[in-house]
Design a protein around this ligand. Structure first.
Ligand code: OXD
Ligand code: MN
Length: 598
Protein backbone atom coordinates (compact mmCIF):
# COMPACT_ATOMS: atom_id res chain seq x y z
CA UNK A 1 0.00 0.00 0.00
CA UNK A 2 1.30 3.46 -0.78
CA UNK A 3 -0.05 6.99 -0.55
CA UNK A 4 -0.68 6.90 -4.31
CA UNK A 5 -3.18 4.06 -3.95
CA UNK A 6 -5.23 5.75 -1.20
CA UNK A 7 -8.58 6.89 -2.56
CA UNK A 8 -9.91 8.65 0.56
CA UNK A 9 -9.09 12.34 0.16
CA UNK A 10 -9.82 13.24 3.80
CA UNK A 11 -7.53 10.49 5.04
CA UNK A 12 -4.79 11.48 2.60
CA UNK A 13 -4.96 15.12 3.66
CA UNK A 14 -4.68 14.18 7.37
CA UNK A 15 -1.69 11.89 6.71
CA UNK A 16 0.06 14.62 4.69
CA UNK A 17 -0.59 17.22 7.35
CA UNK A 18 0.69 14.95 10.15
CA UNK A 19 3.80 13.97 8.19
CA UNK A 20 4.58 17.65 7.62
CA UNK A 21 4.25 18.25 11.35
CA UNK A 22 6.04 15.18 12.74
CA UNK A 23 8.70 15.12 9.98
CA UNK A 24 9.30 11.36 9.92
CA UNK A 25 11.92 9.93 7.56
CA UNK A 26 9.26 7.85 5.87
CA UNK A 27 5.59 6.95 5.93
CA UNK A 28 4.70 3.26 6.02
CA UNK A 29 1.15 1.96 5.47
CA UNK A 30 0.35 -1.14 7.44
CA UNK A 31 -1.39 -3.70 5.20
CA UNK A 32 -2.02 -6.35 7.87
CA UNK A 33 -0.44 -9.32 6.06
CA UNK A 34 1.47 -12.06 7.88
CA UNK A 35 4.53 -11.34 5.74
CA UNK A 36 4.46 -7.74 6.89
CA UNK A 37 3.99 -8.70 10.54
CA UNK A 38 7.12 -10.84 10.54
CA UNK A 39 9.08 -8.16 8.67
CA UNK A 40 8.05 -5.53 11.23
CA UNK A 41 8.85 -7.86 14.12
CA UNK A 42 12.36 -8.35 12.69
CA UNK A 43 12.74 -4.60 12.40
CA UNK A 44 11.58 -4.13 16.01
CA UNK A 45 14.16 -6.68 17.16
CA UNK A 46 16.93 -5.04 15.12
CA UNK A 47 16.13 -1.64 16.68
CA UNK A 48 15.93 -3.10 20.20
CA UNK A 49 12.23 -2.32 20.76
CA UNK A 50 11.44 -5.97 21.44
CA UNK A 51 13.46 -9.05 22.35
CA UNK A 52 12.52 -12.42 20.86
CA UNK A 53 11.86 -15.05 23.54
CA UNK A 54 13.15 -18.63 23.21
CA UNK A 55 11.27 -19.49 20.02
CA UNK A 56 11.05 -23.22 20.82
CA UNK A 57 9.26 -22.55 24.08
CA UNK A 58 7.45 -19.38 23.03
CA UNK A 59 6.87 -19.42 19.26
CA UNK A 60 6.16 -15.97 17.83
CA UNK A 61 6.54 -14.29 21.26
CA UNK A 62 8.39 -11.11 22.11
CA UNK A 63 9.42 -9.26 25.21
CA UNK A 64 9.22 -5.53 25.66
CA UNK A 65 10.29 -3.33 28.53
CA UNK A 66 8.90 0.17 28.77
CA UNK A 67 10.29 3.32 30.25
CA UNK A 68 9.87 2.74 34.05
CA UNK A 69 7.78 5.91 34.30
CA UNK A 70 5.39 4.62 31.63
CA UNK A 71 3.74 1.49 32.98
CA UNK A 72 0.08 2.40 33.52
CA UNK A 73 -2.66 4.71 32.33
CA UNK A 74 -2.11 8.29 33.41
CA UNK A 75 -5.58 9.54 34.22
CA UNK A 76 -4.31 12.92 35.38
CA UNK A 77 -2.88 13.52 31.88
CA UNK A 78 -6.01 12.32 30.06
CA UNK A 79 -8.39 15.02 28.80
CA UNK A 80 -11.73 15.41 27.10
CA UNK A 81 -11.46 18.44 24.80
CA UNK A 82 -14.97 19.72 24.12
CA UNK A 83 -16.05 23.23 23.21
CA UNK A 84 -18.14 23.42 26.39
CA UNK A 85 -16.51 22.42 29.67
CA UNK A 86 -19.76 20.99 31.07
CA UNK A 87 -19.86 18.44 28.25
CA UNK A 88 -16.80 16.77 29.77
CA UNK A 89 -18.39 16.85 33.23
CA UNK A 90 -16.83 17.02 36.68
CA UNK A 91 -15.13 13.60 36.59
CA UNK A 92 -13.04 14.23 33.46
CA UNK A 93 -10.10 16.57 32.98
CA UNK A 94 -11.10 19.20 30.46
CA UNK A 95 -9.17 21.31 27.99
CA UNK A 96 -10.54 23.45 25.17
CA UNK A 97 -9.99 21.97 21.69
CA UNK A 98 -7.85 25.01 20.73
CA UNK A 99 -5.57 24.52 23.69
CA UNK A 100 -5.47 20.75 23.17
CA UNK A 101 -4.49 21.01 19.52
CA UNK A 102 -1.95 23.75 20.26
CA UNK A 103 -0.27 21.73 23.03
CA UNK A 104 -0.26 18.60 20.88
CA UNK A 105 1.19 20.49 17.93
CA UNK A 106 4.06 21.78 20.01
CA UNK A 107 4.93 18.26 21.18
CA UNK A 108 4.45 16.52 17.82
CA UNK A 109 6.38 19.14 15.80
CA UNK A 110 9.48 17.34 14.52
CA UNK A 111 9.01 14.51 17.07
CA UNK A 112 9.16 11.81 14.37
CA UNK A 113 12.49 12.93 12.92
CA UNK A 114 14.70 9.91 12.20
CA UNK A 115 11.71 7.60 12.61
CA UNK A 116 9.11 5.90 10.46
CA UNK A 117 5.53 7.08 10.69
CA UNK A 118 3.24 4.06 10.47
CA UNK A 119 -0.37 4.37 9.33
CA UNK A 120 -2.67 1.62 10.64
CA UNK A 121 -6.23 1.46 9.31
CA UNK A 122 -8.20 -0.63 11.81
CA UNK A 123 -11.71 -1.76 12.56
CA UNK A 124 -13.13 -2.01 16.06
CA UNK A 125 -15.56 -4.89 15.68
CA UNK A 126 -15.74 -7.36 12.80
CA UNK A 127 -15.25 -5.49 9.51
CA UNK A 128 -18.62 -4.50 8.14
CA UNK A 129 -20.65 -5.45 11.24
CA UNK A 130 -23.40 -2.94 12.15
CA UNK A 131 -21.61 -2.57 15.51
CA UNK A 132 -18.22 -1.67 14.05
CA UNK A 133 -16.32 1.60 13.76
CA UNK A 134 -13.21 2.37 11.77
CA UNK A 135 -10.14 4.17 13.06
CA UNK A 136 -6.79 5.03 11.57
CA UNK A 137 -3.84 5.20 13.95
CA UNK A 138 -0.73 7.12 13.03
CA UNK A 139 2.18 6.14 15.24
CA UNK A 140 5.95 6.35 15.33
CA UNK A 141 6.15 3.30 17.61
CA UNK A 142 6.77 -0.16 16.17
CA UNK A 143 5.74 -1.63 19.53
CA UNK A 144 2.35 0.03 19.06
CA UNK A 145 2.06 -1.34 15.51
CA UNK A 146 2.79 -4.90 16.66
CA UNK A 147 0.25 -4.60 19.47
CA UNK A 148 -2.42 -3.04 17.24
CA UNK A 149 -2.02 -5.95 14.82
CA UNK A 150 -3.09 -8.24 17.68
CA UNK A 151 -5.70 -6.05 19.36
CA UNK A 152 -7.61 -4.91 16.25
CA UNK A 153 -8.51 -6.05 12.76
CA UNK A 154 -6.03 -3.95 10.81
CA UNK A 155 -4.77 -3.37 7.29
CA UNK A 156 -5.84 -2.91 3.66
CA UNK A 157 -9.17 -4.69 4.04
CA UNK A 158 -10.26 -1.94 6.42
CA UNK A 159 -9.32 0.74 3.89
CA UNK A 160 -11.35 -1.08 1.24
CA UNK A 161 -14.30 -0.89 3.57
CA UNK A 162 -13.71 2.79 4.32
CA UNK A 163 -14.04 3.60 0.63
CA UNK A 164 -13.54 7.14 -0.63
CA UNK A 165 -15.47 9.04 2.01
CA UNK A 166 -16.25 6.77 4.97
CA UNK A 167 -15.93 8.26 8.45
CA UNK A 168 -13.12 7.19 10.75
CA UNK A 169 -11.58 8.20 14.08
CA UNK A 170 -8.29 10.06 13.64
CA UNK A 171 -5.96 8.45 16.16
CA UNK A 172 -2.60 10.23 16.27
CA UNK A 173 0.13 8.86 18.48
CA UNK A 174 3.72 9.92 18.93
CA UNK A 175 5.96 8.60 21.65
CA UNK A 176 8.00 11.80 21.37
CA UNK A 177 10.72 11.46 24.04
CA UNK A 178 8.53 9.44 26.45
CA UNK A 179 8.99 12.22 28.97
CA UNK A 180 6.06 12.52 31.35
CA UNK A 181 6.20 16.31 30.88
CA UNK A 182 5.22 15.77 27.27
CA UNK A 183 2.60 13.10 27.98
CA UNK A 184 -0.98 13.98 27.04
CA UNK A 185 -3.90 11.79 26.08
CA UNK A 186 -6.38 14.12 24.38
CA UNK A 187 -9.85 13.25 23.11
CA UNK A 188 -11.78 15.47 20.71
CA UNK A 189 -15.17 13.74 20.53
CA UNK A 190 -16.69 16.58 18.49
CA UNK A 191 -14.03 15.98 15.82
CA UNK A 192 -13.92 12.16 16.15
CA UNK A 193 -10.21 12.44 16.97
CA UNK A 194 -7.63 11.38 19.55
CA UNK A 195 -4.09 12.67 20.05
CA UNK A 196 -1.73 10.85 22.40
CA UNK A 197 1.85 11.92 23.07
CA UNK A 198 4.76 10.89 25.26
CA UNK A 199 3.63 7.38 26.28
CA UNK A 200 3.85 3.89 24.82
CA UNK A 201 1.72 2.24 27.54
CA UNK A 202 -1.15 0.18 26.08
CA UNK A 203 -4.09 2.11 27.54
CA UNK A 204 -2.48 5.39 26.48
CA UNK A 205 -1.05 4.37 23.10
CA UNK A 206 -3.13 1.55 21.56
CA UNK A 207 -5.71 4.11 20.61
CA UNK A 208 -8.39 1.66 19.45
CA UNK A 209 -8.86 0.46 23.02
CA UNK A 210 -9.67 2.94 25.79
CA UNK A 211 -9.53 6.08 23.61
CA UNK A 212 -11.68 5.01 20.67
CA UNK A 213 -13.66 2.00 21.91
CA UNK A 214 -14.62 3.65 25.21
CA UNK A 215 -14.14 7.43 25.37
CA UNK A 216 -14.96 8.39 21.77
CA UNK A 217 -17.41 5.51 21.32
CA UNK A 218 -19.34 6.36 24.51
CA UNK A 219 -19.90 9.86 23.10
CA UNK A 220 -21.06 8.42 19.76
CA UNK A 221 -23.17 5.78 21.51
CA UNK A 222 -25.13 8.46 23.31
CA UNK A 223 -25.89 10.17 20.03
CA UNK A 224 -26.70 6.95 18.21
CA UNK A 225 -28.61 5.22 21.05
CA UNK A 226 -26.29 2.41 21.97
CA UNK A 227 -23.80 1.73 24.79
CA UNK A 228 -19.98 1.49 24.79
CA UNK A 229 -18.98 -0.18 28.05
CA UNK A 230 -16.00 -1.45 30.05
CA UNK A 231 -17.40 -4.99 30.11
CA UNK A 232 -16.44 -8.57 29.43
CA UNK A 233 -18.84 -10.81 27.49
CA UNK A 234 -19.33 -14.39 28.58
CA UNK A 235 -21.41 -17.28 27.21
CA UNK A 236 -22.74 -19.99 29.57
CA UNK A 237 -23.91 -23.14 27.79
CA UNK A 238 -25.99 -25.83 29.46
CA UNK A 239 -28.23 -28.48 27.92
CA UNK A 240 -27.47 -27.15 24.45
CA UNK A 241 -28.64 -23.59 25.22
CA UNK A 242 -26.28 -20.63 25.71
CA UNK A 243 -27.01 -17.55 27.79
CA UNK A 244 -24.81 -14.48 27.53
CA UNK A 245 -23.91 -11.99 30.24
CA UNK A 246 -21.76 -8.88 30.35
CA UNK A 247 -19.87 -7.74 33.43
CA UNK A 248 -18.23 -4.42 34.26
CA UNK A 249 -15.43 -4.36 36.83
CA UNK A 250 -12.77 -1.72 37.33
CA UNK A 251 -9.37 -2.34 35.72
CA UNK A 252 -7.38 -5.27 37.13
CA UNK A 253 -10.35 -6.71 39.08
CA UNK A 254 -10.52 -10.03 37.23
CA UNK A 255 -12.51 -9.40 34.02
CA UNK A 256 -10.08 -11.53 32.00
CA UNK A 257 -10.30 -14.36 34.54
CA UNK A 258 -14.09 -14.29 34.62
CA UNK A 259 -14.28 -14.13 30.82
CA UNK A 260 -12.23 -17.36 30.62
CA UNK A 261 -13.72 -19.16 33.61
CA UNK A 262 -13.46 -22.95 33.97
CA UNK A 263 -16.48 -24.56 35.71
CA UNK A 264 -15.57 -25.68 39.25
CA UNK A 265 -15.32 -29.38 40.01
CA UNK A 266 -18.44 -29.26 42.21
CA UNK A 267 -20.59 -28.19 39.24
CA UNK A 268 -18.98 -30.60 36.71
CA UNK A 269 -21.95 -32.96 36.69
CA UNK A 270 -24.16 -30.16 35.40
CA UNK A 271 -22.25 -30.13 32.11
CA UNK A 272 -21.59 -26.41 31.82
CA UNK A 273 -19.51 -25.10 28.92
CA UNK A 274 -18.18 -21.58 29.20
CA UNK A 275 -17.49 -19.41 26.16
CA UNK A 276 -15.32 -16.31 26.04
CA UNK A 277 -16.45 -13.45 23.78
CA UNK A 278 -14.54 -10.50 25.22
CA UNK A 279 -12.58 -9.56 28.33
CA UNK A 280 -12.62 -5.76 28.46
CA UNK A 281 -15.02 -3.87 26.19
CA UNK A 282 -18.57 -4.48 25.01
CA UNK A 283 -20.57 -2.48 22.52
CA UNK A 284 -24.28 -2.97 23.07
CA UNK A 285 -27.22 -2.26 20.78
CA UNK A 286 -30.95 -2.82 21.05
CA UNK A 287 -32.03 -5.55 18.67
CA UNK A 288 -35.23 -5.73 16.69
CA UNK A 289 -36.43 -8.29 19.24
CA UNK A 290 -36.30 -5.68 22.03
CA UNK A 291 -33.31 -7.34 23.68
CA UNK A 292 -29.83 -5.94 24.22
CA UNK A 293 -27.15 -7.40 21.91
CA UNK A 294 -23.41 -7.24 22.55
CA UNK A 295 -20.27 -7.33 20.44
CA UNK A 296 -16.61 -7.22 21.48
CA UNK A 297 -14.88 -4.55 19.38
CA UNK A 298 -11.39 -5.94 20.10
CA UNK A 299 -9.52 -8.83 18.49
CA UNK A 300 -7.06 -9.56 21.30
CA UNK A 301 -6.49 -9.51 25.05
CA UNK A 302 -4.27 -6.99 26.80
CA UNK A 303 -4.30 -8.81 30.12
CA UNK A 304 -2.61 -8.28 33.48
CA UNK A 305 0.14 -10.93 33.85
CA UNK A 306 0.79 -11.16 37.64
CA UNK A 307 -1.63 -13.58 39.23
CA UNK A 308 -2.28 -15.39 35.94
CA UNK A 309 -1.44 -19.09 36.29
CA UNK A 310 -2.94 -22.42 35.36
CA UNK A 311 -5.03 -22.48 38.53
CA UNK A 312 -6.46 -18.96 38.27
CA UNK A 313 -6.83 -18.91 34.49
CA UNK A 314 -5.72 -21.98 32.51
CA UNK A 315 -7.36 -20.61 29.35
CA UNK A 316 -5.21 -17.47 29.51
CA UNK A 317 -2.08 -19.59 30.00
CA UNK A 318 -3.01 -21.60 26.87
CA UNK A 319 -3.80 -18.41 24.95
CA UNK A 320 -0.41 -16.81 25.56
CA UNK A 321 1.72 -19.82 24.53
CA UNK A 322 2.43 -18.30 21.10
CA UNK A 323 2.25 -15.02 19.13
CA UNK A 324 2.16 -12.95 22.33
CA UNK A 325 3.91 -9.76 23.37
CA UNK A 326 4.90 -9.64 27.04
CA UNK A 327 5.48 -6.19 28.49
CA UNK A 328 7.25 -5.40 31.77
CA UNK A 329 7.24 -8.94 33.14
CA UNK A 330 10.50 -10.59 34.31
CA UNK A 331 12.79 -11.61 31.46
CA UNK A 332 14.77 -14.76 32.30
CA UNK A 333 18.37 -15.03 31.12
CA UNK A 334 17.19 -18.13 29.25
CA UNK A 335 14.79 -15.88 27.28
CA UNK A 336 11.77 -17.03 29.26
CA UNK A 337 9.16 -14.85 30.93
CA UNK A 338 7.87 -15.04 34.49
CA UNK A 339 5.76 -13.02 36.89
CA UNK A 340 4.67 -13.10 40.51
CA UNK A 341 1.92 -15.68 41.20
CA UNK A 342 2.61 -17.01 37.73
CA UNK A 343 3.32 -20.37 36.22
CA UNK A 344 6.10 -22.66 37.42
CA UNK A 345 9.39 -21.77 39.03
CA UNK A 346 11.07 -18.44 38.28
CA UNK A 347 14.21 -18.62 36.12
CA UNK A 348 17.51 -18.92 38.03
CA UNK A 349 18.36 -15.38 37.03
CA UNK A 350 16.95 -12.65 34.86
CA UNK A 351 16.23 -8.96 34.44
CA UNK A 352 13.35 -7.31 36.24
CA UNK A 353 10.72 -5.15 34.56
CA UNK A 354 12.79 -2.05 35.29
CA UNK A 355 15.96 -3.47 33.74
CA UNK A 356 17.82 -4.59 36.89
CA UNK A 357 19.51 -7.95 37.55
CA UNK A 358 17.09 -10.21 39.40
CA UNK A 359 17.30 -13.59 41.14
CA UNK A 360 14.54 -15.47 42.98
CA UNK A 361 14.11 -14.32 46.58
CA UNK A 362 15.80 -10.97 45.94
CA UNK A 363 15.15 -8.41 48.71
CA UNK A 364 15.73 -4.69 48.92
CA UNK A 365 17.71 -2.83 51.60
CA UNK A 366 14.66 -2.93 53.91
CA UNK A 367 14.29 -6.68 53.45
CA UNK A 368 11.19 -6.34 51.27
CA UNK A 369 10.85 -8.78 48.32
CA UNK A 370 11.77 -7.15 44.98
CA UNK A 371 9.19 -8.11 42.35
CA UNK A 372 10.51 -9.32 39.00
CA UNK A 373 7.41 -8.17 37.11
CA UNK A 374 5.60 -4.86 37.43
CA UNK A 375 2.15 -5.37 39.05
CA UNK A 376 0.60 -3.95 35.88
CA UNK A 377 2.77 -5.97 33.48
CA UNK A 378 0.79 -7.28 30.55
CA UNK A 379 0.41 -9.85 27.80
CA UNK A 380 -1.01 -8.98 24.39
CA UNK A 381 -2.46 -12.08 22.72
CA UNK A 382 -4.87 -12.86 19.86
CA UNK A 383 -8.38 -13.69 21.12
CA UNK A 384 -8.63 -16.43 18.49
CA UNK A 385 -5.98 -18.44 20.40
CA UNK A 386 -8.13 -18.74 23.52
CA UNK A 387 -9.34 -22.35 23.96
CA UNK A 388 -12.69 -21.09 25.26
CA UNK A 389 -13.26 -18.50 22.51
CA UNK A 390 -16.91 -18.73 21.47
CA UNK A 391 -17.53 -20.05 17.95
CA UNK A 392 -19.74 -16.98 17.37
CA UNK A 393 -17.44 -14.37 18.95
CA UNK A 394 -17.17 -12.53 15.63
CA UNK A 395 -20.86 -12.77 14.73
CA UNK A 396 -21.61 -9.39 13.12
CA UNK A 397 -25.00 -9.34 14.88
CA UNK A 398 -23.48 -9.87 18.35
CA UNK A 399 -25.10 -12.01 21.05
CA UNK A 400 -28.26 -11.38 23.14
CA UNK A 401 -27.60 -10.43 26.76
CA UNK A 402 -29.60 -11.92 29.65
CA UNK A 403 -27.85 -10.15 32.55
CA UNK A 404 -25.61 -7.16 33.17
CA UNK A 405 -23.30 -7.54 36.16
CA UNK A 406 -21.60 -4.62 37.90
CA UNK A 407 -18.94 -5.10 40.53
CA UNK A 408 -16.19 -3.53 42.52
CA UNK A 409 -13.44 -4.59 44.87
CA UNK A 410 -14.72 -3.95 48.40
CA UNK A 411 -13.38 -5.56 51.57
CA UNK A 412 -16.63 -4.80 53.33
CA UNK A 413 -20.16 -3.60 52.60
CA UNK A 414 -21.24 -5.16 49.30
CA UNK A 415 -22.56 -8.73 49.49
CA UNK A 416 -21.36 -11.46 47.15
CA UNK A 417 -24.29 -10.74 44.84
CA UNK A 418 -27.53 -8.81 44.72
CA UNK A 419 -30.13 -8.31 42.05
CA UNK A 420 -31.47 -4.84 41.34
CA UNK A 421 -35.20 -4.31 41.74
CA UNK A 422 -35.62 -3.08 38.17
CA UNK A 423 -33.70 -1.31 35.37
CA UNK A 424 -33.66 2.14 37.02
CA UNK A 425 -32.51 0.68 40.34
CA UNK A 426 -29.87 -1.28 38.41
CA UNK A 427 -28.61 1.95 36.86
CA UNK A 428 -28.41 3.40 40.39
CA UNK A 429 -26.47 0.31 41.53
CA UNK A 430 -24.08 0.74 38.57
CA UNK A 431 -23.76 4.48 39.12
CA UNK A 432 -22.76 3.99 42.76
CA UNK A 433 -20.18 1.21 42.30
CA UNK A 434 -17.08 1.89 44.33
CA UNK A 435 -13.83 0.00 44.31
CA UNK A 436 -10.37 -0.11 45.77
CA UNK A 437 -7.79 1.25 43.33
CA UNK A 438 -5.51 -1.24 41.51
CA UNK A 439 -2.17 -0.87 39.71
CA UNK A 440 -3.74 -0.38 36.25
CA UNK A 441 -3.63 3.38 36.69
CA UNK A 442 -1.13 5.65 38.37
CA UNK A 443 -2.37 6.47 41.91
CA UNK A 444 -2.61 5.10 45.44
CA UNK A 445 -3.38 1.38 45.28
CA UNK A 446 -6.14 0.33 47.73
CA UNK A 447 -7.81 3.72 48.05
CA UNK A 448 -11.61 3.44 47.66
CA UNK A 449 -13.11 5.52 44.92
CA UNK A 450 -16.44 5.63 43.12
CA UNK A 451 -16.14 3.99 39.74
CA UNK A 452 -19.62 4.04 38.18
CA UNK A 453 -20.14 1.18 35.74
CA UNK A 454 -16.29 0.81 35.94
CA UNK A 455 -16.31 3.73 33.49
CA UNK A 456 -14.96 6.57 35.62
CA UNK A 457 -11.69 6.80 33.63
CA UNK A 458 -13.34 5.97 30.31
CA UNK A 459 -16.57 7.92 29.92
CA UNK A 460 -15.99 10.46 27.13
CA UNK A 461 -18.62 12.94 28.32
CA UNK A 462 -20.44 14.24 31.38
CA UNK A 463 -21.20 11.21 33.56
CA UNK A 464 -24.46 12.81 34.69
CA UNK A 465 -25.62 12.67 31.06
CA UNK A 466 -24.19 9.17 30.82
CA UNK A 467 -26.44 8.01 33.67
CA UNK A 468 -29.37 9.68 31.88
CA UNK A 469 -28.44 7.80 28.72
CA UNK A 470 -28.40 4.50 30.61
CA UNK A 471 -31.82 5.24 32.09
CA UNK A 472 -33.36 6.03 28.72
CA UNK A 473 -31.81 2.94 27.10
CA UNK A 474 -33.94 0.86 29.50
CA UNK A 475 -37.06 2.37 27.95
CA UNK A 476 -35.92 1.32 24.47
CA UNK A 477 -36.03 -2.38 25.29
CA UNK A 478 -39.14 -4.50 25.65
CA UNK A 479 -36.98 -7.23 27.15
CA UNK A 480 -34.05 -5.57 28.97
CA UNK A 481 -31.39 -7.64 30.74
CA UNK A 482 -31.68 -7.93 34.52
CA UNK A 483 -29.01 -6.01 36.42
CA UNK A 484 -26.89 -7.48 39.23
CA UNK A 485 -24.03 -6.36 41.47
CA UNK A 486 -21.29 -8.71 42.66
CA UNK A 487 -18.33 -8.44 45.03
CA UNK A 488 -15.82 -11.30 44.90
CA UNK A 489 -13.51 -9.49 47.31
CA UNK A 490 -15.35 -9.35 50.64
CA UNK A 491 -13.14 -10.16 53.64
CA UNK A 492 -13.76 -11.39 57.18
CA UNK A 493 -12.66 -9.69 60.42
CA UNK A 494 -9.14 -11.14 59.92
CA UNK A 495 -8.99 -9.61 56.44
CA UNK A 496 -9.13 -13.02 54.77
CA UNK A 497 -11.14 -13.36 51.56
CA UNK A 498 -14.48 -15.01 52.27
CA UNK A 499 -15.11 -16.21 48.71
CA UNK A 500 -12.66 -18.35 46.70
CA UNK A 501 -13.45 -16.57 43.42
CA UNK A 502 -12.15 -17.65 39.98
CA UNK A 503 -14.05 -20.71 38.61
CA UNK A 504 -16.25 -20.81 41.71
CA UNK A 505 -17.84 -17.56 40.52
CA UNK A 506 -19.93 -19.72 38.18
CA UNK A 507 -22.03 -20.61 41.23
CA UNK A 508 -23.08 -16.98 41.46
CA UNK A 509 -23.64 -16.69 37.71
CA UNK A 510 -25.78 -19.82 37.86
CA UNK A 511 -28.07 -18.09 40.36
CA UNK A 512 -28.06 -14.92 38.24
CA UNK A 513 -29.22 -16.89 35.19
CA UNK A 514 -31.81 -18.74 37.22
CA UNK A 515 -33.21 -15.35 38.25
CA UNK A 516 -33.25 -14.27 34.59
CA UNK A 517 -35.34 -17.33 33.80
CA UNK A 518 -37.83 -16.63 36.59
CA UNK A 519 -36.29 -19.25 38.88
CA UNK A 520 -33.71 -19.05 41.66
CA UNK A 521 -34.92 -18.31 45.17
CA UNK A 522 -34.18 -14.88 46.57
CA UNK A 523 -34.60 -12.87 49.74
CA UNK A 524 -35.52 -9.21 49.49
CA UNK A 525 -33.23 -6.76 51.30
CA UNK A 526 -33.25 -2.95 51.24
CA UNK A 527 -30.55 -2.96 48.53
CA UNK A 528 -32.12 -5.62 46.29
CA UNK A 529 -32.54 -9.39 46.12
CA UNK A 530 -29.86 -11.71 47.51
CA UNK A 531 -29.86 -15.51 47.13
CA UNK A 532 -32.17 -17.19 49.63
CA UNK A 533 -30.61 -19.69 52.01
CA UNK A 534 -29.59 -22.73 49.97
CA UNK A 535 -30.24 -21.02 46.61
CA UNK A 536 -26.56 -21.00 45.61
CA UNK A 537 -25.24 -24.44 44.68
CA UNK A 538 -22.24 -24.85 46.99
CA UNK A 539 -21.64 -28.56 46.27
CA UNK A 540 -18.02 -29.51 46.89
CA UNK A 541 -17.00 -26.03 48.03
CA UNK A 542 -16.58 -26.61 51.79
CA UNK A 543 -16.94 -23.00 52.85
CA UNK A 544 -16.26 -22.51 56.57
CA UNK A 545 -19.28 -22.41 58.84
CA UNK A 546 -21.03 -19.04 58.68
CA UNK A 547 -19.03 -17.76 55.67
CA UNK A 548 -22.07 -17.66 53.39
CA UNK A 549 -24.04 -15.63 55.93
CA UNK A 550 -21.19 -13.13 56.11
CA UNK A 551 -20.90 -13.04 52.32
CA UNK A 552 -24.57 -12.23 51.87
CA UNK A 553 -24.97 -9.97 54.88
CA UNK A 554 -26.52 -6.56 54.17
CA UNK A 555 -25.91 -4.26 57.13
CA UNK A 556 -28.42 -1.44 56.97
CA UNK A 557 -26.25 0.91 59.06
CA UNK A 558 -23.23 0.46 56.77
CA UNK A 559 -25.33 1.08 53.66
CA UNK A 560 -26.86 4.15 55.30
CA UNK A 561 -23.35 5.47 56.00
CA UNK A 562 -22.42 4.78 52.38
CA UNK A 563 -25.22 7.11 51.28
CA UNK A 564 -23.22 10.11 52.52
CA UNK A 565 -20.48 9.30 50.02
CA UNK A 566 -23.03 8.74 47.27
CA UNK A 567 -24.53 12.17 47.97
CA UNK A 568 -21.14 13.88 47.69
CA UNK A 569 -20.50 12.02 44.45
CA UNK A 570 -23.92 12.85 42.97
CA UNK A 571 -23.85 16.49 44.11
CA UNK A 572 -20.90 17.30 41.87
CA UNK A 573 -23.03 16.71 38.75
CA UNK A 574 -25.56 19.39 39.72
CA UNK A 575 -28.44 19.59 37.24
CA UNK A 576 -26.79 17.04 34.93
CA UNK A 577 -27.62 14.24 37.37
CA UNK A 578 -30.95 12.65 36.35
CA UNK A 579 -33.69 13.23 38.93
CA UNK A 580 -34.43 9.51 38.75
CA UNK A 581 -31.11 8.78 40.50
CA UNK A 582 -32.06 11.08 43.38
CA UNK A 583 -35.42 9.27 43.52
CA UNK A 584 -33.54 5.97 43.74
CA UNK A 585 -31.30 7.44 46.45
CA UNK A 586 -34.31 8.57 48.53
CA UNK A 587 -36.11 5.27 48.03
CA UNK A 588 -33.04 3.33 49.21
CA UNK A 589 -32.70 5.63 52.21
CA UNK A 590 -36.33 4.89 53.12
CA UNK A 591 -35.93 1.16 52.63
CA UNK A 592 -32.85 1.17 54.88
CA UNK A 593 -34.94 2.72 57.66
CA UNK A 594 -37.63 0.08 57.34
CA UNK A 595 -37.14 -3.11 59.31
CA UNK A 596 -37.04 -5.98 56.84
CA UNK A 597 -38.60 -9.16 58.21
CA UNK A 598 -36.01 -11.94 58.53
C1 OXD B 1 -7.10 -2.08 30.78
C2 OXD B 1 -7.50 -1.11 31.82
O1 OXD B 1 -5.93 -2.09 30.37
O2 OXD B 1 -8.69 -1.10 32.17
O3 OXD B 1 -7.96 -2.84 30.34
O4 OXD B 1 -6.65 -0.34 32.31
MN1 MN C 1 -9.95 -2.35 31.04
Amino acid sequence: MTMATIRHEGLKAWIDETARLGQPDQVCWVDGTEEERSRLAKRAIARGFVIPLDQDRYPGCYYSRSNPNDVARTEHLTYICTRKREDAGPTNNWMSPEEGYAKAKEIIQGSMKGRTMYVIPFSMGPIGSPFSKIGVEITDSLYVVLNMLIMTRAGSKVLDHLGTDGSFTKCLHTRADLDVRRRLILHFPEDNAVVSTGSAYGGNALLGKKCLALRIASWQARQENWLAEHMLILGIEKDGKTDYVTAAFPSACGKTNLAMLIPPRGLKAKGYKIWTLGDDIAWLRVGRDGRLWACNPEAGFFGVAPGTNSKTNPNAIATIRKNTIFTNVLLGDDLSVWWEDGEGEPPASGTSWDGKPWTPGLRDADGKPVPGAHPNSRFTAPASQCPSIAPNWEDPQGVPISAIIFGGRRERLAPLVFEALDWAHGVYAGATVSSERTAAAVGKVGEVRRDPMAMLPFCGYNMGDYFGHWLQMGGRMSCPPKIFHVNWFRKDENRQFLWPGYGENLRVIEWILARCHGKGKAARTPIGFVPAKGALDLAGLNLPEGAMDKLLEVKAEDWAAELDGVKVFFDQFGAALPKELWRQYDALKDRLKTKVPA
